[in-house]
Design a protein around this ligand. Structure first.
Ligand code: ZN
Ligand code: ZN
Length: 65
């Protein structure tokens, strides 16, 4: 069916966009994600240091590309 194929394409596109966006930004550490959700910035010294360089804190599980 035509609609079904369109839906599948759309889902695929979304999945691609998602992984691509994440790869471009690296991955935030859990503690930083939590802080961000609460509308704050992570106050770990190691995360603050990493953020200064525009990076994610790898000590806390963040990943840079
Ligand atoms: Zn953090
Ligand atoms: Zn950290």
């Amino acid at each position: 069916m035509r609609t079904l194929r369109l839906c599948a394409l759309l889902a695929l596109g979304l999945a691609f966009g998602y992984t691509f966006g994440e790869a471009a930004e690296g991955q935030k550490a859990k503690c930083c994600q939590k802080a961000e959700k609460a509308g704050k910035k992570c106050d770990h010294a190691c995360c603050v240091e990493a953020a200064k360089d525009g990076k994610q804190c790898e000590k806390c599980g963040g990943k840079n590309k």
